[in-house]
Design a protein around this ligand. Structure first.
Ligand code: HEM
Ligand code: MTE
Length: 477
């Protein structure tokens, strides 16, 4: 880099549009990232915020950039060095200085924002996941909220605007309790990442390295969102309202909050069970899970269950935010980053049928003295579709046996929001030594089942992986 030209911060600041080229700095490097903008996994709008200046304050917020893979991308675009070096950039305060304490058992997939998964053996240890062990998925720092002053605003065209404290919700609305699984759309991304892009294109999946634990189950207590919307004067059947926007109190450095929307039919359905929840397994919802108040959208991907809910807006249009429009969409296995047309796919809402093996773990050693293997795991489907069967195999899917299912007592067909845990004991081939591949697949009440492997559902964002889950174990003396 010694032979590269040196630019002043003022010169860099003149490159803020594709026409003038888009330059950014990182430490003492100057980069022309114009050609990367459209491919940026976090969206073109986000990367443009740094145009003409340093990416560092932004990466202080989105620290998933603090890795070699990102430095390698930048290196391709290096055009020079910054006059005065890294010291020319003003230091910024750590936006993560107020994070809550977390249980060390969570497997950390990213520190800032915090993302941690539940260890697989804990998922199957109890029908509801203890609050401290419930997986955590944040896009931004946890907001600092004064619970005594907290209110949620509910509004929309033709409605009266309500501002409600948790206490007012508790006093004025009928209590509702729902057992519901929250699953991240990226659960099991690591298996998809480990598979090559179909057709050998070399396309690379980007996203957090979730194994099977970006899923947890809880009993949520609160009130139905439906009741609150009706109290605010929403007219069922009003064709001008098609979406309910759910806006969080966590914001990025431009003040833009995490936000999502759900279709009006889900929000208003009596059988939809969408909650404004303040209680999680009998406790106030902890900060990491959206306390004092969050939305729980049962049967829908976790991204719509907005935490720290600050504002609810009835609208004609879908939420235009990043996580509704430029993420949480899956594309053809043949679509690479530079070919994505985000408007071509709908935002993921309901999820497909999924299952996973939580015990034994990948690489576990079984003894030849054991004549059998016990497999434990979870199965779940979106849209409230109940799990009617889980099949397990000890020979990689050549032969199958049904597992014993254990359901939440409140689960019922078409409103089965909670996962089904399963267990099966399979005999081992007599005298067998060596490698075995365990596999599972679930079937839901619509007789949907899971694809055999990730290749047909492979997508560049690594979302909705619901392939058979396979675990390799060995039988040793
Ligand atoms: C995601 C590269 C600038 C915001 C990513 C990812 C890469 C990347 C490789 C995918 C990470 C992963 O999930 O594995 C870059 C490069 C930049 C840049 C080379 C150089 C200029 C920015 C800026 C912002 C930003 C300036 C914010 C203002 C984001 C966000 C995500 C992301 C929000 C998505 C994180 C998520 O999945 O929740 N970026 N980025 N990036 N980036 Fe950037
Ligand atoms: N709500 C807000 N306000 N901010 C977020 O980052 N993450 C979403 C959703 N709600 C998120 C949010 C995603 S992607 C998931 S999977 C779930 O919260 C995770 O909920 P949990 O952390 O309680 O497991």
């Amino acid at each position: 880099s010694d032979s590269l030209p040196v630019f002043t911060a003022e010169e860099v600041a003149q490159h803020r549009t594709p026409k003038d080229r888009v330059w950014v700095t990182y430490k003492d490097g100057v980069y022309d990232v114009t050609d990367f903008v459209a491919q940026h996994p976090g969206g073109a709008a986000k990367i443009m915020l740094a145009a003409g200046g340093s990416v560092e304050p932004f990466w202080g917020l989105y620290q998933q950039h603090m890795k070699q893979e990102v430095r390698d991308i930048l290196a391709q675009y290096r055009i020079g060095s910054l006059k005065g070096g890294a010291a020319a950039v003003a230091p910024t305060e750590d936006p993560y200085r107020n994070e809550p304490r977390r249980h060390p058992a969570l497997i950390v997939r990213s520190d800032k924002p915090f993302n941690g998964e539940t260890p697989a053996e804990l998922l199957v240890a109890s029908p509801v996941t203890p609050n401290d062990m419930f997986f955590v998925r944040h896009h931004l720092p946890v907001p600092v909220i004064d619970n005594d002053k907290f209110t949620v605003t509910v509004e929309g065209a033709g409605m009266r605007s309500l501002q409600l404290s948790v206490q007012q919700l508790q006093q004025n609305f009928k209590r509702a309790q729902v057992a519901a699984t929250v699953q991240c759309t990226g659960n099991r991304r690591t298996e998809m990442k480990a598979a090559p892009a179909p057709g050998g294109s070399g396309a690379q999946i980007k996203g957090l390295d979730w194994e099977v634990g970006a899923i947890s189950n809880a009993e949520w207590g609160g009130v139905l969102l439906r009741d609150v919307l009706l109290a605010a004067g929403l007219q069922p059947g009003d064709a001008s309202v098609q979406h309910i926007h759910l806006i969080g109190l966590d914001t990025d450095m431009t003040g833009t909050p995490y936000a999502a929307s759900i279709p009006i039919d889900k929000a208003l359905s009596e059988a939809g069970d969408v909650l404004l929840a303040w209680e999680m397994n009998g406790q106030p919802i902890p900060a990491d899970h959206g306390g004092p108040l969050r939305v729980v959208v049962p049967g829908t991907t976790g991204a719509r269950s907005v935490k720290w809910i600050g504002r609810i807006v009835a609208s004609a249009d879908e939420c235009q935010g990043h996580w509704q429009q430029k993420d949480y969409k899956a594309f053809s296995p043949g679509t690479d980053w530079d070919a994505i047309d985000w408007s071509a796919a709908p935002a993921i809402q309901e999820m497909p049928v999924v299952s996973a093996i939580c015990e034994p773990a990948e690489g576990a050693e079984l003894s030849t003295y054991d004549s059998e293997v016990t497999i434990k795991g979870y199965a779940w489907s979106g849209g409230g579709r109940d799990i009617i069967r889980v099949d397990v195999s000890a020979d990689g899917g050549k032969t199958w046996s049904p597992a014993k299912l254990s359901k939440h007592p409140h689960s019922r067909p078409s409103r089965a929001w909670a996962w089904t845990l399963y267990e099966a004991t399979l005999p081992l081939p007599e005298g067998f030594k060596g490698q075995l591949q365990l596999a599972c697949k679930a079937t839901d009440q619509s007789y949907n089942t899971q694809p055999e492997d990730v290749s047909s559902i492979w997508n560049i964002r690594g979302l909705v992986n619901n392939a058979w889950h396979k675990v390799n174990v060995s039988v040793v003396e």
